[in-house]
Ligand binder design. Structure first.
Ligand code: AMP
Length: 280
């Protein structure tokens, strides 16, 4: 396995290696990331995992500085999973000059939910992903794997790829959960022991919301408000808990449709903001 830091070294390492598959990450890898790596391995001739904590997708008050950076441990995991190239650029490598040219996603899809509570987040994501795509694929074809954990993100990326006609297949991997249901996340490491025990309540709330949303004649707006209130009563600060149609993340007209819906939630427990979702 090769560890490279610059786009030039990455391109040199990829020379003559065939069709790449890519797993973009911010590092501090856990089983959820490694499941993506396992899924990506057979999808190309050479597997690249990128590790880059992208300042552009953090708001000034968010956890950019404290985000866990564990490159050495990440590399051992990746080596054990058959990764061929780790691309771990520094900020200066990826953004040698201020990145004033950015990729702004469709506001219809990107300005709600995560984009509403984290303005500019998806512009930061699309800009870095476009740059990673050009660094890895250099205009040739390939595959990139994203997690359904960041449900809206993989939809935004899919739309970007489609609208810019990028020759890249986007594969969405299932959410990897701890045995108690908590979706794995690098940010789970911020939780205290008691918060960690409580953290499954977000997943539980989404399960209850998705079941209730299928009852005939139900008022979805009221259900969502009640679900948020129930989480607040347990000490959470929810940004949203909502039922959307999978096709465009808009609220369904009337009641939710089975197998076409997704319940999405984001909520803060103490200092930690967690997101999760459940397709149903
Ligand atoms: P991150 O390092 O948090 O930016 O995540 C990198 C990629 O891993 C994204 O495509 C995430 O959606 C995906 N990912 C993170 N956690 C999980 C999880 N628990 N299950 C599945 N995919 C995940």
């Amino acid at each position: 396995m090769q560890l490279v830091h610059t786009i030039a070294d990455l391109r040199a390492a990829l020379q003559g290696r065939g069709r790449p598959s890519l797993v973009p990450t911010m590092g501090n890898l856990h089983e959820g990331h490694l499941a993506l790596v396992r899924q990506a391995k057979p999808l190309g001739d050479v597997l690249v995992t990128s590790i880059f904590v992208n300042r552009l997708q953090f708001l000034p008050h968010e956890d950019f500085d404290s985000y866990p950076r564990t490159l050495q441990a990440d590399c051992s995991h990746l080596q054990a999973h058959g990764c061929d190239i780790v691309f771990a650029p520094s900020e200066r490598d990826l953004y040698p000059e201020p990145q004033t040219f950015t990729v702004t996603p469709d506001p219809q899809l990107a300005n709600m939910l995560e984009g509403h509570f984290r303005p500019g987040f998806f512009t930061g994501v699309c800009t870095v992903v476009m740059k990673l795509f050009w660094s890895v694929f250099a205009g040739s074809s390939g595959t990139a794997v994203f997690g359904r954990k960041d449900y809206q993100q993989q939809m935004v990326i899919r739309q970007m790829v489609r609208q810019f006609a990028l020759p890249i297949d986007i594969v969405a991997a299932d959410i990897h959960r701890a045995p108690d249901g908590l979706a794995l996340s690098s940010r789970n490491s911020y939780l205290s022991a008691s918060e960690r025990a409580q953290a499954t309540q977000l997943h539980d709330a989404l399960q209850r919301l998705s079941q209730a949303a299928l009852e005939p004649g139900v008022d979805l707006t009221r259900l969502e408000a009640e679900a948020m209130q129930a989480l607040r009563a347990k000490g959470w600060h929810p940004d949203y808990l909502t039922v959307r149609q999978r096709s465009d993340l808009q609220p369904p007209a009337g009641t939710a449709r089975a197998n076409q819906s997704v319940a999405l939630g984001a909520a803060r427990l103490g200092k930690t903001r967690l997101i999760d979702n459940l397709e149903f």
